[in-house]
Design a protein around this ligand. Structure first.
Ligand code: SF4
Length: 271
């Protein structure tokens, strides 16, 4: 790596650290003299004057397993993923044709919710209703997710919801590896932008993709895992809960664990 690349990486990392700290302070209601926008502008300035690195750091593939028993979570730390606003990420995605899923979609389903949410839900990919409306989790499963969120004492718009892939796989099949490889970087940028305090992965696919594990959600749920120093609670996909309502109790226990982790009031039982 060249000296200029080292300098560029160091400067951007330092500004990412500062942006991260500012957002944490802002969430705590502290007054600051610099804005996140100003830091973003400085980062863009660095891009203009210091050459782009020749090679990006390698990103692990979904086939790379992660230890199943992750350590308990320490304070979140800055990631190596560039921090962009959600608008910037969406603009970068554009009218995407990076994978073959673009051929069958009606529209890209990017994500929805609070850009500074403490809690982020991640699903697999859009279904027919989502493809139609351009918003994740709006069909029957989405309505159940909305009820689950309300049961946690917050509104749907208080959290952030996104999927691993942004275009509907035909016939609601699982996304294929090349499709995930093309689309997943945008999910990771969304996570880096929102900086949630807790991530909840919904179902096998999102859990296995984010955590780089082959283990199923039945085995992983109930215990916090870690992604980029952020605690991750895997739980059942709402579509699965519609088919297997006897699993709702375990899902509710997972949501209660999330509420406790976030310092939210935890009701003694689900309404
Ligand atoms: S799934 Fe993602 S990578 Fe593939 S076309 Fe849609 S937006 Fe692009």
């Amino acid at each position: 790596m060249s000296d200029s690349t080292d300098i560029r990486a160091d400067l951007i990392a330092a500004l990412d650290d500062a942006a991260y700290a500012l957002r944490r302070l802002d969430r705590r209601g502290a007054e600051t003299t610099a804005s996140d926008e100003a830091l973003t502008a400085m980062r863009e300035g660095i891009r203009d004057v210091v050459p782009e690195p020749v090679a990006e750091p390698p990103v692990a593939t979904p086939s790379t397993p992660m230890p199943e028993e992750s350590p308990q979570v320490a304070d979140p730390s800055p990631t190596t993923i560039p921090i962009m606003t959600l608008d910037e990420i969406r603009a970068d995605l554009g009218d995407c044709t990076r994978c073959k899923l673009h051929t069958g979609r009606k529209q890209i389903v990017f994500g929805v919710g609070n850009p500074n949410a403490d809690l982020m839900f991640i699903g697999e990919g859009p279904g027919a209703d989502e493809d139609e409306q351009g918003e994740p989790f709006v069909g029957r499963a989405g309505q159940l997710l909305t009820k689950m969120i309300l049961a946690m004492g917050v509104r749907r718009e208080d959290v952030y919801i996104a999927n691993v892939v942004k275009c509907r796989p035909p016939g609601n099949r699982n996304p294929e590896s090349d499709e995930v490889e093309a689309c997943e970087p945008f999910l990771r940028k969304q996570i880096a932008s929102v900086q949630p305090k807790v991530i909840c992965t919904l179902g096998n696919y999102a859990t296995q993709t984010l955590l780089r594990t082959q283990a199923g959600v039945s085995k992983l749920r109930g215990t916090f895992r870690v992604y980029q120093n952020t605690p991750v609670m895997p739980t059942f996909h709402p579509a699965y809960l519609l088919r297997s309502p006897n699993k709702k109790r375990e899902a509710w226990e997972d949501l209660q664990a999330i509420m406790a982790k976030l310092g939210w009031d935890v009701p003694s039982k689900k309404d």
